[in-house]
Design a protein around this ligand. Structure first.
Ligand SMILES: C[S@@+](CC[C@H](N)C(=O)[O-])C[C@H]1O[C@@H](n2cnc3c(N)ncnc32)[C@H](O)[C@@H]1O
Length: 233
């Protein structure tokens, strides 16, 4: 059984107790259809070293294999899409680094076993790049990035939304997490101020029918081949 505790101090300060594999699997079973779907998006706001995200990615990759194992080009592309759909935040830098490495390891092992000689190093670079953007060191309560001392910075947490378009291209749109959490709410008269002291109303629009908030991206990139996604900067 994997270790559940790194140190007593971390348990006391950050409530860091990792979940056992058995419980992780049982909880994922509760949303099994979503875990199996290649492009369903998951965010783990206290992801630790990735116990839940690892299980979710494993299940998604099993679907990719089932559907596309006979065509390495399709497997290549859809396995990247699967990686791009999992997101995590943890307040501890070492956890986020372990989580990224672990997810990369799960993906790369499957990639090698399915695509063999067709494996492509540019695809590997894209997966590393996506994990660097999707798994962030941050404070899920204040919605701010944190530095190496676990102190909040003035930088809000931003996640890219990745969508497969035109067969081989990925489109990236960046959204602030504090903005996304307003989606579906109805406006009241309070000013939209968060810990960043930032007025986020510029990133919110209203659904003309329901009046509910919709999120606007803070940045939108032109679609680019999924193997060269890092070129967008
Ligand atoms: C109970 S552990 C769960 C870890 C993982 N989800 C699992 O089930 O194995 C809680 C995690 O939340 C992280 N954490 C604590 N406070 C946090 C905060 N404000 N924002 C983000 N992560 C936080 C800790 O570092 C720890 O990894």
């Amino acid at each position: 059984m994997a270790k559940q505790v790194k140190s007593k101090q971390r348990v006391a300060e950050y409530g860091e107790v990792f979940t056992n594999e058995r419980e992780v699997k049982a909880m994922c079973d509760l949303v099994a259809q979503e875990c199996d779907r290649i492009d369903s998006r998951f965010l783990e706001p206290a992801c630790g070293n990735g116990n839940f995200l690892a299980e979710i990615l494993t299940r998604k990759l099993a679907t990719v294999k089932k559907l596309y194992k006979s065509n390495s080009y399709d497997y290549d592309r859809y396995s990247v899409l699967a990686v791009s759909s999992v997101y995590g935040i943890d307040i501890m830098q070492d956890n986020t680094e372990e989580c990224r490495k672990r997810l990369y390891g799960i993906w790369n092992k499957e990639y090698k076993s399915v695509c063999k000689k067709q494996c492509n190093d540019d695809t590997r670079k894209s997966v590393e790049y996506i994990l660097g953007k999707n798994i962030l060191c941050g404070n899920a309560l204040t919605l701010m990035c944190v530095d190496e001392n676990q102190e909040d910075t003035a930088v809000p947490i931003v996640f890219p939304e990745w969508s497969l378009v035109q067969y081989t291209k990925l489109k990236r749109r960046d959204f602030r997490l504090d903005v996304m959490l307003k989606v579906g709410e109805k406006p009241n008269n309070q000013k939209l101020l968060f810990d960043s002291d930032d007025d986020i109303s510029q990133y919110l629009s209203q659904n003309p029918v329901t009046g509910e908030y919709m999120a606007e991206p803070m940045c939108e990139y032109p679609p680019i081949n999924y193997r060269r996604i890092w070129e967008n900067g």
